[in-house]
Write a protein that binds this ligand. Structure first.
Ligand SMILES: Nc1nc2c(ncn2[C@@H]2O[C@H](COP(=O)(O)OP(=O)(O)OP(=O)(O)O)[C@@H](O)[C@H]2O)c(=O)[nH]1
Ligand SMILES: [Mg+2]
Length: 399
């Protein structure tokens, strides 16, 4: 590797390949029930193997309560007075387009790729060593071995022993990424014959579940749908309030129970209530949980079982939020949440920040799960349908 390139590597990646960071734990949980001592499973410790089906006898239907629903107006007023509301977008300075926020967000990763590619390919003929260097760069960007190999093989076939520019390589990269992501870029379709269409939002701590629920509520309300939210993160009072603020902001009533209540009981109540009211969409929040916390994954399975007692086909969509700043650990999240909770689609959040979105390519290739939306900011409108071509261009550093 030339000094120039190795300089880039040092600046971009450090001297050693950097392991993926653990998923953020911005909101450490304070479980209500004492949790039995857990073996040291904090990432990047080895992940537990696929978990055996637990044959836990189903609990009887939890008690339903209704007073919290009647209380919604009072709660909303309380929250309105106590919680500062983020200024509405129209009062803010002119905003960048979402694509430019995405491109800016991916700048670090695309700069990595774009700059690294440029330094590898400055006035060089395409030889085996250059292709190896390129493959390293692509793997470091989390694209995955298959995609990295596909790109280098395309170049080997078409350009070997000829001069190749960085922009030629970026074109091949964008094309290959788009090829992988095209089939998974699928909108979230609400089946209007389901009343309610139940969406369960799951993911690791701080990955953007609650914020994405707020954005989705806004989107569905804008389409004229009647939306209800369920504060299924019953661990923390702040989590319940956070969802209530989103409910108030988007005009969606929020079903909640006091902090510490059983999450599956809340889910049972919420589905029952939304059904009785003929709501179009019910979105259920859940507490963040690391995929390797077995007891918390058991709890999630229980929430799903209890939802099915009211509505056997629900949840109709189970969405996993993935924080774009997470690297390889996102693969494990998709795998384990997929096995335990039957993920039906993905939302990648925080693509406006310093992001490493390349992992989405590896995830798409391995799991083929639909990617419905991307989060490009913290505001209520900062949710965009996932578009493979735009994402591919942003990753490759094309304008
Ligand atoms: N920049 C940016 N920030 C986001 C985005 N989505 C969520 N966030 C922020 O990420 C932080 C965590 O978001 P939450 O929605 O609370 O995440 P969560 O998954 O509900 O977290 P827990 O309930 O603690 O598990 C908040 O500060 C959000 O404002 C996004 O698309 N872009
Ligand atoms: Mg939350």
């Amino acid at each position: 590797m030339s000094d120039k390139v190795s300089g880039f590597f040092k600046r971009l990646f450090g001297t050693e390949p950097v392991p993926s960071p653990a998923p953020p734990e911005t909101h450490p949980q304070a479980p209500v029930e004492p949790i039995p001592p857990v073996p040291e499973t904090v990432p990047p410790a080895p992940e537990p193997e696929p978990v055996e089906e637990q044959h836990v006898p189903l609990p009887g239907p939890p008690e339903t309560t209704t007073e919290y629903v009647e209380d919604i107006e009072a709660r909303a007023a309380e929250i309105r007075d106590s919680v500062p509301i983020i200024p509405a977008p129209e009062t803010a300075a002119p905003r960048e387009s979402w694509f430019s926020r995405l491109t800016t967000g991916l700048k670090r990763s695309s700069d990595n790729l774009a700059n690294s590619i440029t330094s590898v390919f400055t006035k060089r003929k395409l030889d085996a060593a250059t292709l190896d260097e390129l493959e390293d760069v692509l793997i470091q960007a989390d694209l995955g071995l298959e995609t990295a190999t596909a790109i280098t093989e395309t170049l080997r076939r078409d350009r070997f022993d000829r001069e190749v520019s960085g922009s030629d390589v970026r074109n091949v990269l964008a094309g290959e990424v788009e090829k992988v992501l095209g089939p998974v870029a699928r909108p979230l379709t609400i089946d209007t014959t389901k009343k309610p269409f139940v969406i369960l939002m799951i993911g690791v701590n701080g990955s953007g579940k609650t914020t994405t629920i707020g954005k989705l509520a806004q989107k569905f309300a804008g389409e004229g749908k009647s939306v209800m939210l369920a504060a299924g993160d019953t661990f923390r009072a702040a989590a319940i309030e956070q969802l209530q603020v989103w409910g108030q902001r988007t005009g969606a009533p929020v079903v909640s129970r006091p902090a510490g209540a059983d999450a599956s009981g809340l889910a049972f109540d919420a589905v029952t209530q939304a059904k009785a009211e003929g709501r179009d969409v019910l979105i259920i929040d859940t507490a963040g949980r690391l995929q390797n916390r077995d007891e918390l994954m058991n709890e999630l399975e229980k929430v799903i079982r209890v939802i099915k007692k009211v509505e056997p086909e629900a949840p109709h969509a189970t969405l996993l939020t993935l924080d774009a700043t997470t690297g390889q650990n996102a693969m494990k999240q998709v795998e384990i949440f997929g096995k335990r909770a039957g993920v039906t689609g993905l939302v990648m959040t925080k693509l406006d920040g310093t992001a490493r979105g390349g992992i989405l390519v590896a995830i798409a290739r391995k799991f083929g799960l639909p990617v419905h939306f991307i989060g490009v900011g913290e505001g209520v409108d900062d949710l965009e349908p996932f578009a493979a071509r735009d994402f591919a261009k942003a990753i490759a550093g094309q304008d």
